[in-house]
Design a protein around this ligand. Sequence first.
Ligand code: SAJ
Length: 423
Amino acid sequence: MKVTVIGLGYVGLPLACAIARKTKHSVVGYDISEEKIEIIKKRECPIDDEQCEKDLKEISFNCTSNSEQIRGSDIYIVCVPTPVLNDYTPNLEPLKEAVLEISKFLEKGQTVVIESTINPGVCEEIVKPLLEEKTALKAGVDFDIAHCPERINPGDPVWNVYNIPRNVGSTRAETTKMLADFYRSFIDNEVNEMPDLKSVEATKIIENTFRDINIAFVNELAKSFDVLGIDLVTVIKGAANKPFAFMPHYPSCGVGGHCIPVDPYFLIERAKKSGFDHKYLKLAREINNSMPFYTIELLANGLNEFEKSIKGAKIALLGMSYKADVGDIRESPSLKIEKLLLKSGANLTVFDPYFPLLSNVSNLKDALKDAFAIVIATDHKEFLNINPEMLANTKVKVIIDGKNCLNKSAFKEAGFYYKGIGH
Ligand code: SAJ
């Protein structure tokens, strides 16, 4: 078949590589960014994905920013971002753009698969009318719409597009079967055929919402255990050795990324339209969104111990990425922490090895040099080496460990003021 992947980011590019590498189908990779296409044509990888870097050296596929080349695809797979707007409502513009592009070429017998994360109902309420209007074809009769949510976990060394199980559903059972077999041809794991589109859309949303509420649970515990004088990280480690019915999550300075802090709003907004108010999911979002503020509070308390305030204090903010060892700031709590520090008048130095343009020093040593307090907001590997000896000949006295990633007892024994999140 001819398979077109639309959107060559951290989801679409590994997918296009996997199909090109493991199947006989002809693959077209389409992206609106000419710059990205040029990089891929040189067999370089524009995303942090080791497997993909390897694949791009071995295989090649037609990669283009000219949408004419997607014409005649048996399967169009949409892997574009579905971010949220400032009011946390889903921004489906990139998705609509991609679907509109497809509508110029869609013919009978073809299938449109959405991999982007969407709220229940988007396939039937947005994608379907858009395609039917523009093509005068009928979904479920002349062509099919399917959803096969992506589950890429950026930076994960074990789970990738070749082995993460998938769920797929579409407008017709036989198309779901065809697609499941197609995905099975390059995925060495279960591909579950689901009865309809809404149930597949909902599956992905609850996976990520499950994560958000569990992180909110430990983030609230962090605040209460801080006043109770209990180390939550120690407690979670204890609870985590229960071999069943407990799944550890960890408190931190906030929840970032393109998925976890975003997906719950998809469900909250869609359910609200149908008259249901997700109080619990909204409260979890509020708790997680409060963690950057809590981190600043801990810093202020630490500086107080030295009769200092944030205003005028020399502070090093370490880490802008939302996650360790990846270069991605989408919804990163660091952005909020930086804003709050600047608003409070901090004399701020920012350093993230993945974001030289957002850093105002070019290495960790320079970031620590004159700082009185450091705030760890991302647990990049490089920061894990920070120890009392490294800080001995600096002015650092206060350490706020937003990812609980440094050695608390070593710093306390060396006389530093150390405070983690619930730790
Ligand atoms: N975080 C915590 N405490 C935790 C776990 C995570 O504060 O116990 C924070 C992280 O620091 C990060 C955010 O939450 O800022 C999201 O963490 P994440 O590990 O979920 O990172 P993502 O969004 O890159 O990856 C997730 C996938 N993560 C895992 O399954 C481990 C998964 O939810 C999805 O496959 C994927 O996004 C997606 O695309 O939906």
